[in-house]
Write a protein that binds this ligand. Sequence first.
Ligand code: M6R
Length: 614
Amino acid sequence: MCGIVGYVGPRSALGVVVEGLRRLEYRGYDSAGVAVVSDGELHARKKAGKIANLDAELAAHPLPADGLGLGHTRWATHGGPTDTNAHPHVSYDGRVAVVHNGIIENFAALRTELGEDGITCVSETDTEVVAHLLAQQVAAGVDLADAMRLVCRRLQGAFTLVAVDAQGPRQVVAARRNSPLVVGVGEGENFLASDVAAFIEHTRDAIELGQDQVVVITDSDVTVTDFDGAPAPVRPFHVDWDLSAAEKGGFDWFMRKEIYEQPKAVADTLLGRHDENGRLTLDEVRISEEELRRIDKIIIIACGTASYAGLVAKYAIEHWTRIPCEVELASEFRYRDPIVGPTTLVVAISQSGETADTLMAIRHAREQHARVLAVCNTNGATIPRESDAVIYTHAGPEISVASTKGFTTQIVACYLLGLYLAQVRGTKFGDEIAALMGELATMPDAIARVLEGMDPVLKLAADFAEERVVLFLGRHVGYPVALEGALKLKELAYIHAEGFAAGELKHGPIALIEDGLPVFVVIPPRGRDMLHDKVLSNLQEVRARGARTVVLAEADDHEVLPYADVLVPLPQVSTLLQPLVATVPLQMFACELATLKGHDVDQPRNLAKSVTVE
Ligand code: M6R
């Protein structure tokens, strides 16, 4: 939600910032803007719409290439997506420029106060007040960094702020509270960004910032303090992927590339999970085994696709550990006064690690003394930093707004958690855990086989391009797969799609079935006859009422053939692991259908990758 870039160094600040914004555009694409300071003058350009509009504006009205700079790509919160509301916001005296991610909750009071000082805001944003407040301070002789600390102490809400002062020293100043910001450390140059993708082509050395910190970058230094000016601890880290991971590599969309990356992403997430004695280990666990043995309830909290990974996890974790496990939408969690305590393990699943709903939910859980374990794909993000334990999904950067490899690797990480808990609590024998790990190790190949057979799915998308409603059915772990298939179609193809528990259909939704309505049905493996046969009956029920059925089933499951208008064959895997293969054709179907409809697959309308507001 909003992408931010700042730069000081010998390169063209304009070039570095605009290229960085291009890599962050997935975070928001309602408007884009840049500001550079050159020879003591501030120059800014901004435009509603995608970065292409900013490019055109810069071509028509060029900016100096030297100096230092900052930029912003916006997902609108306060004020519509207009040129005026686009960032950067420049102060009343033209001296300070600011970009912002988050929401400043007390902006109305600050705006009134500025009005009393004769300063009128020209935009509808909550951000603009910060530019004026900073300018008032620097006009009074306060250094921009001190001004930032002072102003931040007055702000309520969530913010990453980056600012420049055209008449101050050669520096870019930033602050963060409840909103992401990382520093890229180069040689004779330094970077600020919402995530490392913005500067990965220049440096892979980064610094993770803590809560309520102000950072000043110059060509040669990075200085971090708290909001009172005291030196603050920081954590340097090295990014383990390179520029190629943040580029499309010949694919039309990042989404398609990321779908094809799933075998490797799953394999990487499984890598190095054993110690020298063959016991399972996780990435960072600051919860003792004794505490884990005392856990009597697990609550998984997540949003969107990550919550569907959580639903899959529930089946596996309960089955392997016998610990009761609930799954809850993070945005609902703290509002219902949930029953959590020291013996509750809250598992927060988040690809970005910055989703505000999930972050607020884990903070609530920790206040109630629950232990929190994060499943996250982003090193150094806020959610893992504020958790007691972390399992990283090593999927590499997920740039498409629609989550794909994020989802499958989250499921894998949750399987690892389930098996780890089973090991610690002794609910599975070592050889049983080893057998399940062995089966998991075959999943990258199984996913690769699914990806080799995508032609029928691509054809299906062409056949369904004009459909307005599509339903998805599944039972057991096939149910979250159905939900995920429907979400992908909604967010990419803008088609009304619903996922249902297959058995629930006859309690109402079956009334929707009419002649020719497309219904995808996820058929469980035949390993559990009862489950398989029940979904087979549900398939027959919708087929009998005229549905056009697309059946995802094991390749040699001949029982489904009489009821399948189209069969999407899946490899034989065990029931609990089937989501890893069954989701892939649904991802591809949505990607292809959206492509055929001429949509921007990587940046669907109204969405942003990382939702950092509640
Ligand atoms: O970064 P997170 O995993 O916390 O994001 C959660 C959801 O916003 C995300 O999965 C969203 O539903 C995706 N757009 C789905 O493709």
